[in-house]
Design a protein around this ligand. Structure first.
Ligand code: 13P
Ligand code: SF4
Length: 332
């Protein structure tokens, strides 16, 4: 990096060029997308205005499936860094852009690859299943990747006697252990957003809304999941609220998903599960780094780009493809 422009990008993680205030940014993004044959993939935790402009909105599994099959030249990933890396691994010839390179993930950060490699050495006869919320380097150390919507099935796809290391999310790992009855060796990582829910406040809220169902993401802690009427990935939770006949839901996950829930079921009420006193809300500070302005600049300048060394792409691709094959076979 040598120009002032590039140095600025390196320091901030996004293009900070002023945008002409007279333009309609949404129309401009649509236009740029067409001109450049670009596709915008957005996670459910993105700001509503980003979700509304996306070509595809989904959970981690759906986003990986889209990234693998798109014929666009450019993928703009409105999500976090590990998601953009996964898209690059699945479509290495495509340009993958992330509106803000600093959109990381506390769960991914809780598992540094060099420490995980040492951990893995202690269990030479174990297979490694990693949750997709991790770096490309960690995926390269794995046998199979999974997401929250297929973790149980991925574990069950292996013979009963197969010993397994599961990482980096200990909460999802505990949930999978319970559902499958398998004894997994867990890495001790967690997501900062899903560990903030207050059990006492949820109990109080349920007393206030006795007809509301409580739904939770499996990244939540065990004592929170124990209270849930439904546990699932973001797309699983969304589907549940569409098909279920309750009228009110208390939702224990990042609050971005409420936008799609409300859109799909406008007559129902969705209440974010209350966090503890330390946190003001259930927003993921990483996911929420992306803005419509950063997305516009990213598409306009085709920067910042997420790139990976070819050997990591090759090694990380196998466990992700294995997950996609199993998911396809199971119709997930
Ligand atoms: P899913 O959307 O796959 O359930 O993942 C949730 C999450 O925490 C993504 O960062
Ligand atoms: Fe990572 Fe949690 Fe944010 Fe998802 S919600 S990106 S797991 S920190």
């Amino acid at each position: 990096m040598n120009t002032i422009f590039e140095r600025d990008l390196e320091a901030k993680g996004f293009i900070d060029e002023p945008i002409d205030p007279t333009i309609d940014i949404v129309t401009e993004i649509q236009q740029l997308k067409k001109e450049k044959n670009a596709v915008i993939l957005a996670h459910y935790y993105q700001e509503s205005e980003i979700q509304d402009i996306a070509d595809y909105i989904g959970d981690s599994l759906g986003l990986s499936q889209q990234a693998a099959k798109t014929d666009a030249d450019i993928i703009v990933f409105a999500g976090v860094h590990f998601m953009a890396e996964t898209a690059k691994i699945l479509s290495p010839s495509k340009k993958v852009l992330l509106p803000d390179l600093k959109a990381g993930c506390s769960l991914s950060d809780s598992c540094p690859p060099h420490l995980f490699a040492k951990f893995k050495e202690q269990y030479p006869d174990h297979m490694v299943i990693t949750y997709v919320n991790c770096t490309a380097e960690l995926k390269a150390l794995s046998d199979i990747v999974c997401t929250s919507s297929n973790a149980v099935q991925i574990v069950e796809s292996l013979p009963k006697e197969q010993k397994i290391i599961f990482g980096p999310d200990r909460n999802l790992g505990e949930y999978v252990k319970k559902k499958t009855g398998r004894d997994l060796v867990l890495w001790n990582g967690a997501c900062m957003v899903h560990e903030i829910f207050s059990q006492d406040k949820i109990v109080d809220l349920r007393a206030q809304f006795p007809h509301a169902k409580f739904i939770a993401h499996p990244e939540c802690e065990d004592h929170i999941l124990a209270q849930a009427d439904y546990i699932g990935s973001t797309s699983g939770m969304l589907k549940f609220t569409i098909e279920d006949n309750a009228q009110q839901y208390i939702v224990a996950t990042e609050s971005g998903i409420l936008h799609q829930m409300q859109k799909a079921s406008p007559m129902k009420t969705f209440i974010p599960a209350p966090p503890n006193n330390i946190c003001a809300c259930n927003d993921c500070p990483h996911m929420k780094l992306n803005t419509l302005e950063k997305l516009y600049n990213c598409l306009y300048y085709e920067l910042p780009e997420v790139d990976l060394p070819m050997d990591i792409v090759e090694r990380a691709k196998k466990p992700i493809e294995r997950m996609l094959e199993i998911s396809e076979k199971l119709g997930l």
